[in-house]
Design a protein. Structure first.
Length: 354
């Protein structure tokens, strides 16, 4: 009974942090499991300002293992790599995730390595559609711990409250490091120095609703600047339902200092001292596996009273089978106040889960 309960607990913990819900189990014996997961995703992508092209939509492959240690403890390990299979070259695989975790049904769960952060569990609740989803969380996310946090030590525990729901607490820490960051679309590179960074997250859920809060902070010296600034974020979110099953609604509001730049998805611009980020998602999955969604996202420079970017997308996803999903979306550029070129985008593609 103890082993079964531990496996159930671990499965829930891994599912909450996993980037895919489908995997092929290759080994399961004597308290040890091993499986392979991931997906291959390809799409036609175009825009008002650019040519139509074939693009990879975040494809990946991962290896997952668990081992029952006895006395209620279960260890697990995950390695995940992005598949760069369209443009060839030497970098066919780049690291997305790599960690070791330890879970106990009474003591909670600890994870060490590159992982989805506690902050992302709060801020990423609207980062669900395949084609167009969240952007503001992914600005230097590995170093600032807002997405896939690099070299992080984290701990989390969920408390069952019976009919009153569930209450969860989590925390994460990243040590000092120096990193050279660059953008995908140009050759700009700068060297940033990061101090100790920490975050905490709280979650309460009951009857299909959830309310969430996270705080993230750490000192950073950007580029050649001799001045260290504190990158800080308070993020609030709420959800109703489960994405892909009937009605799902999610909203996110973040109050940021030195977290966002004046250009969407930039990692090398001078960060905005005071910015706000907004995201909302409404999705409805029909019984025939067609999932329709509408989302909105914007980032605002509060000091300058300027919109950095604002977008809205209507999307559809259809599960032909559990492993094969078709998707399409059209994203409207709602404008900005930084003279960045506006560009409506569309995407039509398919995802095959391994």
């Amino acid at each position: 009974m103890e082993i079964k309960m531990n496996k159930k607990l671990l499965a829930l913990a891994i599912a909450a942090a996993s980037s895919n819900a489908v995997a092929v189990e290759l080994y399961n014996e004597d308290g040890t499991t091993f499986d392979i997961g991931g997906h291959v995703s390809v799409a036609l992508e175009g825009s008002d300002e650019g040519d139509t092209d074939i693009t990879a939509v975040s494809p990946r492959i991962n290896f997952n293992a668990t081992h029952d240690l006895g006395n209620g403890f279960v260890a697990d390990a995950k390695g995940e790599w992005a598949l760069n299979y369209l443009d060839g070259g030497e970098n066919a695989f780049t690291t997305r995730l790599g960690y070791i975790g330890l879970t106990h049904e009474d003591f909670g769960r600890a994870v060490a390595g590159t992982q989805w952060s506690p902050y992302y569990a709060v801020g990423g609740v609207a980062d669900m559609p395949i084609a167009f989803a969240n952007d503001f969380l992914y600005e230097d996310h590995g170093n600032l711990g807002t997405g896939r946090a690099e070299e992080m030590l984290s701990y989390g525990k969920m408390f069952e409250l019976g009919d009153a729901g569930k209450f969860g607490v989590a925390a994460g820490w990243q040590g000092r490091k120096t990193d050279t960051v660059s953008n995908d679309w140009d050759t700009t590179k700068i060297e940033n120095n990061y101090g100790n960074r920490g975050q905490v997250a709280l979650n309460y859920s009951v009857m299909g609703f959830s309310a969430n809060y996270a705080y993230n902070t750490g000192d950073v010296t950007y580029g050649s600047s001799a001045k260290s600034v504190t990158s800080e974020s308070h993020v609030l979110s709420g959800t109703y339902g489960t994405y892909g099953s009937g009605l799902y609604v999610a909203g996110v509001y973040a109050m940021n200092e030195y977290m966002n730049t004046p250009h969407q998805l930039s990692t090398t611009g001078n960060p905005i001292e005071d910015s706000s980020a907004y995201e909302a998602l409404v999705a409805y999955a029909l019984d025939n596996s067609l999932n329709l969604s509408l989302n909105y996202e914007s980032v605002v420079d509060n000091d300058a009273s300027k919109t950095v970017y604002s977008t809205s997308a209507i999307q559809a996803e259809y599960n032909f089978t559990d492993k094969f999903v078709g998707f399409t979306g059209y994203q409207l550029d709602l404008g900005n106040d930084y003279n960045n070129k506006e560009d409506n985008k569309w995407m039509l593609g398919a995802r095959y889960y391994l």
